[in-house]
Design a protein around this ligand. Structure first.
Ligand code: ADP
Ligand code: MG
Length: 300
């Protein structure tokens, strides 16, 4: 939003519950927002207390917009899916929707990675305790992930000898009612979980998140320390594998997670990290994204 404003665009905001379809077109109650840009001060982004103001709400056709970003946090709930069905009633020839509603419906952030078998760690998805136990015994140690989680929520490190093994599987699968992802534990996770931002299938920046203290998860939300990093040859290999599929699915703005050279997650709903990358690398990825959106909007 800040980058769009800096590049001379109007920025309007809405929420899923304020979307409608009228005459087969998507409409929204919109508020025009004015932002005060953040400032970098001693290595931190600093924001003024009154960092934004909004106008009164007006009902507008989303066809009047050049682009619409949907950036709702997971979990992907039924109302989330309904919002994507409403955004289907935006003419994509006229208004770019980021990410494409069909892509948001198709891509489960954990399971999307499974189609790139050559770049992921050993992984299963199951709700069956015996299948999960067999896999964890083969791997020695594994990570259980709820399919709808984010920011480290519900991520468990598990070993076959864990005295809570059965209980942990029961809790995470809601006693066999919900499948979970179970993935080989990658010891390289202690050196960091790299977030790579892809724009239209190409990497534009990366940041490492390193677990600190007594926590095995690297997510920023659970105290992971961010550090500057590079996009390596292996990272490019992963992006080359994933990029064309992302483009095909209309997943234009995505954050992938890479641990020890393996792809572990494809974040499509509301990927974070560009502020950290900008701070550490002196880039301005927001402007890069909006400049790309401008080129897409100007295409006939
Ligand atoms: N296979 C793995 N081996 C070791 N640690 C992992 C593995 N997968 C995830 N983690 C740790 O758990 C954290 C969260 O995992 P992730 O799959 O990115 O889910 P989310 O970020 O949506 O909660 C990562 O930042 C990483 O520290
Ligand atoms: Mg993640």
């Amino acid at each position: 939003m800040e980058a769009a404003q800096a590049l001379g665009h109007e920025v309007w905001i809405t929420q899923a519950q304020n979307l409608s379809v009228v005459n087969s077109q998507a409409w929204a109650l919109l508020e025009k927002v004015q932002l005060k840009p953040v400032q970098l001060s001693q290595g931190h982004w600093v924001v003024s207390p009154q960092w934004y103001s909004v106008s009164d709400a007006v009902l507008c056709s989303l066809a009047d917009m050049d682009a619409v970003f949907m950036r709702t946090d997971p979990p992907v709930t039924i109302p989330y899916l309904y919002a994507t069905y409403i955004l289907d009633y935006i003419n994509p020839e006229q208004t770019l929707v980021i990410n494409a509603p069909r892509g948001l419906r198709m891509a489960n952030e954990k399971m999307y990675a499974l189609q790139f078998q050559e770049v992921i760690p050993e992984t299963i998805v199951s709700q069956d305790k015996s299948v999960i136990r067999k896999f964890v015994e083969q791997q020695g140690a594994a990570v259980i992930k709820p399919l709808g989680g984010k920011a480290g929520e519900g991520i468990l490190l598990i070993e076959p000898s864990d005295r809570n093994f059965n209980s942990l599987v029961e809790i995470s699968t809601q006693r066999g009612r919900e499948p979970v992802m179970v993935q080989a534990y990658l010891p390289a996770a202690k050196d960091g979980d790299k977030r790579i931002i892809l724009l239209n299938g190409k990497p534009i920046g990366a940041v490492n998140r390193i677990p600190t203290g007594k926590e095995f998860r690297g997510n920023m939300a659970v105290g992971g320390r961010v550090a500057a990093t590079e996009i390596t040859l292996q990272d490019h290999k992963i992006c080359t594998a994933v990029g064309p599929k992302l483009q095909q699915d209309g997943l234009y703005f995505v954050g992938i997670d890479v641990i020890g050279g393996y792809l572990t997650e494809v974040n499509v709903t509301s990927p974070t990290g560009i502020r950290e990358i900008d701070r550490l690398n002196g880039t301005c990825l927001g402007k890069e994204v909006i400049t790309w959106v401008e080129t897409m909007s100007h295409e006939p």
